[in-house]
Design a protein around this ligand. Structure first.
Ligand SMILES: N[C@@H](CCC(=O)N[C@@H](CS)C(=O)NCC(=O)O)C(=O)O
Length: 205
């Protein structure tokens, strides 16, 4: 039976939302991409299940926290591997991706320009290479996908981060790992993802 239709709410940007959008897109799921402008947020915030974005509404329930949302969408759509063990490995890669994403957000919202430069440097030279090396370790031996023998949430969320928030030393770290570079191309060329990247709404972040 097809999963029930989800409404997915996030700001009109990629941020923490894009990685979950990629799950819906790859699954070919029925979903609503509800984008909120910043000035509409104060009114919506008290009604959001955890007072933050993103959240989904499905079958009469509202669920916040991107990890909970991603795990639900992946599980419902066959993107969480073929066993509990694979699901745990995929979850591990999700958490590692969020560690890097959080480092990027910390830098993005830092108000002190010197500290901000140091934080971005940290993100590009420490957080991203750490994630890229972990990905390379999972691709060792000529494997096509990070976990198991089919595309999963792990491939989608790691590549989504690298597609959206990589620059300078981050790009060099990718160049140094041909298996990761090939995975990025493999994921970006999945037909649904390719079409999404070409047609998604343009956004500033
Ligand atoms: N741990 C939460 C963090 C959510 C979060 O910080 N969301 C930000 C947007 S990326 C937000 O809603 N900011 C506005 C606010 O907190 O009022 C998650 O992963 O969903």
């Amino acid at each position: 039976m097809a999963p029930p239709k989800c409404s997915f709410t996030y700001f009109n940007g990629r941020g923490r939302g894009e990685q979950i959008r990629w799950l819906f897109v790859q699954a070919g799921a029925e979903w609503e991409d509800r984008r909120i402008e910043q000035d509409a947020w104060p009114e919506l915030k008290p009604k959001a299940p955890t007072g933050a974005l993103p959240f989904i509404e499905v079958a009469g329930k509202a669920i916040g926290q991107s990890g909970a949302v991603a795990m639900y969408v992946a599980r419902e759509n066959g993107l969480l591997g073929s066993s509990n063990l694979e699901a745990a490995q995929i979850h591990m890669l999700w958490e590692c991706t969020q560690d890097a994403l959080n480092a990027m957000f910390k830098a993005m919202f830092c108000k002190d320009s010197d500290k901000q430069a140091a934080m971005f440097n940290d993100y590009y030279t420490q957080s991203l290479p750490k994630l890229i090396k972990l990905m390379a370790a999972h691709l060792k031996g000529g494997r096509d996908w990070l976990i198991g023998n089919k595309v999963s949430m792990a491939d989608l969320v790691t590549v989504c981060l690298l597609e959206n928030y990589t620059d300078g030393p981050g790009l060099a770290a990718i160049e140094a790992e041909p298996s990761v570079k090939a995975l990025i191309e493999r994921v970006k060329n999945l037909p649904n993802i390719k079409k999404w990247i070409a047609t998604r709404p343009a956004s500033q972040f």
